[in-house]
Design a protein around this ligand. Structure first.
Ligand code: PGA
Ligand code: ZN
Length: 437
C-alpha cells in the first residue's frame, strides 16, 4: 500500500515562547513525508487533553522528552502498517493506545504530533494541499485578529486577555488582514501618543498598553480603529476574549486586578454588557469561568444577541459542547485541536457545532511554531472563522501567510470562497445594523 505508514520519528523543538514542544515526522510506503509540530496554551482549561511535560531541571521542567519517547516507542508501534489515508482509523488507534480519556498516559502533545504528521504525509502522497485531505470544498475563514493583549499573555497589565478586531466589511481574506494590520499600527500609534505604550509585545503579538481599567482597553481599541480611517461597525467589529477562568478567585468571584474590583458572575456579565451597548462588540469569549454554568446561563440570556464563544468552557470536547447545547449556553465554540488531542477529534467538534447551530472558530494557541497546518484545518473544515493572534510575530503570520497563499491559489480557479461576515450568522448583521444608527 502506497500510503502505508512505514516509519515514525519525533524530537523536541522550541515554540514561540521558547518552550519545548513535540515535532513528529511520518514516512509512507511511497516515500512521502509529513512533519508537524504541536502548539501549547498558557491560559489552559482544566477540561483540556493532558499535555505531558518532563519536570526536573531541563527547560524549567517543561521538557517533552517523555512525550517524544512515547511517540518513538508505543505510538510508532501502534500506527506503523496503518493507512495514512484513513485519518480516522489512525486517530482511533492513537487514542486507544493511550487508553485514558484525556490522553494523560502518553500525552496529548505526543498523540497530536502523530495525528497531524499523518495528515501532512497523506497530503504529500496525494500531491494535494493539506486542506484537501481535511475536506474537499474550501472556505477561507473570517479572521479574528488580536490588537491589544492582557491577562496571562501580557504580564497581566489588564485582566481581559484579548481585544480583537473582526474585519466584517472586507470582501476577501487578503483585505481583512490588511485592515487588521492597519488597525494594529494605528492603535500602537495612539498608545504611543497617549504615553501608555509599553515595549512589550505580548505572546500573540498584541499591544500591551499601560491601562488603568479593562474598559479603557476597549476604548483604546475603538480609538485605534478610528485612527486607522476604517469605520467601526460596518467595516470593523470588536471581539473580546475575557478568559474569565483565569480571573476566578477561590470564593467564586472574579478579580479585576487592574481595577482592584471583585465581581460576581452577574456583575461581570453586566459590565461587559455595558461595553456592548456602547461599542460594536460582535463576539465575547469565555465571559465567565469554565465550570460556572449558572454564570454562562445568565450571560447567554443577556448577550445571546452577539456571538458568545466557549473556549475553556467547551475545551474542544464533544461532551462539553453537547452539555452547553442542552443548557442553552453560548452559541459558538473555539476549536483548538490540542485541547482535544487528535485532528479527527477537532474536526468532529467543528461538524457537531455546525449540526447544532453553533459557530465554530478554529484557533491557534498562545504558544505556537512556524507550522501552518492550522490554516488548512480552517479552510478544509469550512469552519468560517479563525483566531490566530496579531499581525506581528512570525509564528502568527505563518498562518495568515498560508491563508493568503491558499486564497491566491484557489482564487485562480474562479470565485474565492471567502466566508466573510456571513460566518457570524444573523447575530453579526444585527449588531452591524445597530452600530450604523
Ligand atoms: P491559550 O490562549 O492558548 O494561552 O489558551 C488562547 C485563548 O485563550 O484563546
Ligand atoms: Zn480563549
Amino acid at each position: 500500500m502506497q500510503t502505508e505508514i512505514v516509519d515514525v520519528d519525533a524530537w523536541e523543538v522550541l515554540d514561540s515562547r521558547g518552550r519545548p514542544t513535540v515535532a513528529c515526522r511520518i514516512r509512507l510506503g511511497d516515500g512521502s513525508v509529513g512533519v508537524a509540530t504541536v502548539p501549547s496554551g498558557e491560559s489552559t482549561g482544566r477540561h483540556e487533553a493532558h499535555e505531558l511535560r518532563d519536570g526536573g531541571e531541563r527547560y524549567g521542567g517543561l521538557g517533552v522528552q517523555g512525550a517524544v519517547a512515547n511517540v518513538r516507542s508505543e505510538l510508532t508501534a501502534a500506527v506503523v502498517g496503518l493507512d495514512a489515508g484513513d485519518q480516522r482509523a489512525v486517530d482511533v488507534r492513537l487514542r486507544a493506545t493511550d487508553g485514558t480519556p484525556n490522553l494523560a498516559r502518553l500525552g496529548a502533545n505526543a498523540v497530536l504530533s502523530v495525528s497531524l504528521a499523518c495528515a501532512v504525509a497523506s497530503a504529500q502522497s496525494r500531491r494535494a494541499p493539506l486542506w484537501q485531505v481535511i475536506g474537499s470544498a474550501p472556505r477561507l475563514p473570517l479572521p479574528m485578529v488580536n490588537i491589544i493583549s492582557g491577562g496571562a499573555h501580557a504580564s497581566n497589565m489588564i485582566d481581559i486577555q484579548d481585544l480583537l478586531v473582526v474585519p466584517v466589511g472586507a470582501a476577501s481574506f487578503a483585505e481583512a488582514i490588511e485592515w487588521a494590520g492597519r488597525v494594529r499600527s494605528a492603535t500602537a500609534k495612539v498608545a504611543d501618543a497617549e504615553g501608555i505604550a509599553s515595549a512589550l509585545v505580548a505572546d500573540e503579538g498584541g499591544i500591551a498598553a499601560r491601562l488603568t481599567s479593562n474598559r479603557a482597553a476597549v476604548e483604546l481599541l475603538a480609538r485605534g480603529v478610528e485612527a486607522s480611517g476604517l469605520r467601526l461597525g460596518d467595516q470593523i467589529g470588536i471581539a473580546i476574549d475575557v478568559a474569565a477562568t483565569h480571573m476566578l478567585s477561590p470564593d467564586g468571584r472574579y478579580r479585576l486586578t487592574a481595577e482592584d474590583r471583585m465581581l460576581d458572575a452577574q456583575e461581570l456579565v453586566d459590565e461587559i454588557e455595558s461595553w456592548c451597548a456602547a461599542l460594536p462588540i460582535l463576539s465575547v469569549e469565555d465571559v465567565v469561568a469554565e465550570d460556572d454554568w449558572a454564570g454562562w446561563e445568565y450571560a447567554s440570556e443577556r448577550l445571546g444577541h452577539i456571538q458568545l464563544l466557549g473556549d475553556d468552557l467547551f475545551a474542544t470536547q464533544l461532551n462539553r459542547l453537547d452539555e452547553g447545547r442542552t443548557r442553552g449556553v453560548a452559541n459558538a465554540v473555539l476549536v483548538k485541536v490540542n485541547q482535544n488531542g487528535t485532528l479527527t477529534g477537532g474536526l468532529d467538534v467543528v461538524a457537531r457545532a455546525r449540526e447544532i447551530g453553533y459557530a465554530p472558530v478554529v484557533s491557534a494557541r498562545s504558544g505556537e511554531t512556524e507550522d501552518t497546518w492550522l490554516a488548512d484545518v480552517a479552510v478544509g473544515s469550512q469552519a468560517g472563522q479563525i483566531k490566530v493572534g496579531s499581525t506581528v510575530r512570525s509564528e502568527r503570520n505563518a498562518k495568515w501567510n498560508r491563508l493568503l497563499r491558499i486564497e491566491r491559489e484557489i482564487g485562480g480557479f474562479g470565485d474565492v470562497p471567502y466566508a466573510g461576515s456571513a460566518a457570524l450568522g444573523p447575530r453579526a448583521q444585527a449588531r452591524t445594523a445597530l452600530s450604523e444608527l
